[in-house]
Design a protein around this ligand. Structure first.
Ligand code: ADP
Ligand code: MG
Length: 593
């Protein structure tokens, strides 16, 4: 038998390595941005076309490279960041494996323009699938600009494997956000197509958070800081009342590197214990700084996992930092709001800070049913009628008390509002907003428990989608099934709808599913919501009754009843109020009393 083993040519070895480092456009975005940061830039610009599938360009004003280095940077295991094994333990740069550029160049058409500050001319390199097609001097700005065109053009299987543009773009934005958060002192911008998506001036981390996530975050943030000899934790957490129903905006950085860690996430969550409604997730951006010798970042090529030599100590510091930020000593109640029906007696023992806290954040959300309320008043406030009761009743000003015997008196106004007499006056429910809230929570539940019941369609309808929408549908099939839809493939880009979520009006199956996809895309572009939240919101908004719909008495009853078993009945998923109470004092003002 002749010998059969051969060393692979570099271009193939690089392509194989690329499988680990570059999975999708977002991975290339991450590597390029990290290189710019490592090159000491003060400003970096990201341009993507087609969610990065046809173009990713990163332009920085960093160190630039010499002609030789430009060429070297594309070789595998070529790096300027470490020289010997020990250097791995003192790493301060984002990169060090020296394989990103080589990998990207192996699976794309790459163009690099780079110039050192003290040279007149820079270098232009054109590379295709690892092969250098052109190298020549060029006049260009100081720093480096790298364009990655047609990622995976030479690996069709990979290219076909990419998800729809909205999905890929979401990944790109995620990477961009993480690096922008980690380096607020660098100005970042991002252009997608022709649109300036982000324009983030250099500044403080708090400013960066607001520029990234919106002005509304300003009042939602609580600053964290805790330091021991070994580790420092800084950053911001969202106040508990702004927690969301889905995980998403939670960022943990170790020496400015974004990492995932269930264990450390748990540390944050325990600090919130007793302050959050069930199944809600607080916002956080936390930075852990630690001597690199205590960590190992070289666990995985994407470097999002880290090993600490003493993880428990870090757990404790994070927890302390977050508790401190939340001022938990005065805020954290020892009672569980959602379970405890004796809140009032506990409240009255707990003194002022608790009451203030209660008033500020307590919403009927955490009280499940009107029955609980009655109990509450029996045990807590003797003879209390809400109107004219003692001062404590003011605490409950925002909380409606639904009187079960009166539910028969429901009627509809302008085909928009459901009017219901309640003890405090007249409750006016916005039928659409309320129904959206109810459906949203129901769908979210189904998505989380993967338990959506379905009702069979009498007349299965076929729907043909645009290819991108069909790809999106395919991508989200498990979730769409969890909502209660049933369908099967029915030819190219076509499905046949066999069932829709139980409880929804049959007969508009096609519009419902098409509408869902449409709305989902819209939300994704505007709000960057997590997948399940977006789906639940989209379907709720499509399937709800609308202002102008005439409602049967049973429907009115079901909306008015179910609204108050929601976890957050006061607002629809977009934050519009769902109801309002015209109470005696307000009525009296109309009569000059
Ligand atoms: P690593 O970042 O792990 O060193 P890369 O393949 O990402 O490996 O980059 C290889 C080398 O190319 C880097 O070590 C650096 O010297 C150089 N380089 C890459 N991008 C830039 C840039 N934007 N500016 C200056 N030098 C760069
Ligand atoms: Mg790198």
């Amino acid at each position: 038998m002749p010998d059969v083993i051969q060393l692979l040519p570099d271009s193939i070895a690089n392509q194989i390595a690329a499988g680990e480092v570059v999975q999708r456009p977002a991975s290339a975005v991450k590597e390029l941005l990290e290189n710019s940061i490592d090159a000491g830039c003060t400003s970096v610009k990201l341009i993507v076309k087609d969610a990065g599938k046809t173009l990713i360009q990163v332009i920085d004003d960093g160190s630039g490279m010499s002609e030789t280095d430009a060429r070297m940077s594309l070789e595998r295991h070529a790096t300027s960041k470490i020289r010997k094994a020990e250097d791995l333990f003192t790493i301060r740069t984002m990169g060090f494996r020296g394989e990103a550029l080589a990998s990207i160049a192996a699976v794309s058409q790459l163009e690099m323009r780079t110039r050192l500050a003290d040279r007149e001319l820079g270098t232009l390199l054109v590379v295709e699938a690892s092969e250098v097609k052109k190298q020549e001097p060029v006049a260009c700005d100081k720093g480096t600009s790298i364009s990655v065109k047609n990622l995976f053009f030479n690996i069709p299987a990979r290219r076909n494997f990419l998800k729809s543009n909205p999905v890929e773009l979401r990944h790109v934005v995620e990477e961009f956000q993480r690096l922008a958060l980690a380096y607020p002192s660098i100005s970042f911008s991002m252009i997608q197509g022709d649109e300036l998506v982000y324009d983030l001036p250099a500044g403080k981390i708090s400013q960066r958070i607001i520029n990234l996530f919106g002005r509304a975050y300003q009042e939602q943030l609580a600053a964290c800081r805790e330091e021991t000899e070994r580790v420092r934790v800084t950053g911001y957490v969202g106040k508990p009342e702004f927690a969301r129903k889905t995980r998403g905006e939670q960022f943990l950085f170790v020496n400015n590197r974004f990492i995932r860690s269930n264990y450390l996430n748990h540390a944050v969550m325990t600090a919130f214990e007793g302050l959050l409604p069930e199944n809600s997730f607080p916002f956080y951006v936390l930075f852990i700084e630690i001597d690199p010798k205590h960590i190992d970042v070289n666990v995985h090529p994407t470097k999002t996992e880290i090993k600490f030599d003493d993880e428990r100590a870090i757990y404790a510091v994070i927890r302390a930092a977050v508790r401190q930020a939340l001022g938990t000593h005065s805020l954290a109640p020892s009672i569980d709001f959602s379970e405890d029906v004796n809140i009032i007696s506990k409240l009255s023992q707990s003194g002022k800070p608790m009451e203030v806290y209660f008033e500020e954040r307590f919403q009927p959300a955490t009280i499940r049913a009107s029955a609980d309320w009655q109990k509450l008043f029996e045990t807590g406030l003797p003879n209390s009628r809400l109107i004219g009761a003692d001062e404590k009743s003011e605490l409950f000003d925002k909380v409606p008390r639904v009187e079960p015997e009166l539910t028969g008196g429901l009627f509809q106004l302008f085909n928009q509002y459901i009017i219901q007499p309640v003890i405090r006056g007249l409750m006016i429910i916005d039928q659409q907003a309320a129904h959206e809230r109810i459906l949203y929570e129901r769908f979210l539940n189904k998505l989380q428990s993967k338990s959506g019941e379905s009702q069979q369609s009498l007349f299965p309808q076929a729907v043909t989608f645009l290819p991108a929408d069909y790809a999106l549908l395919t991508e989200m099939t498990p979730e769409i099934l969890a909502l209660g839809f049933r369908f099967e493939p029915f030819g190219k880009n076509t499905i046949q709808i066999l069932g829709i979520p139980a409880g929804l009006r049959p007969g508009r199956e096609k519009e419902l599913l098409e509408g869902l996809i449409e709305q989902f895309k819209g939300n994704q572009a505007e709000l960057a919501l997590p997948l399940t939240e977006n789906l639940a919101r989209s379907l709720a908004s499509r399937a709800s009754v609308k202002a102008g719909d005439k409602l049967e008495p049973e429907m009115m009853q079901s909306i008015a009843g179910e609204l108050f078993s929601c976890t957050a009945p006061n607002y629809n998923p977009e934050g519009r109020p769902t109801f309002f109470i015209l109470d005696l004092p307000k009525i009296q003002t109309y009569f000059n009393r």
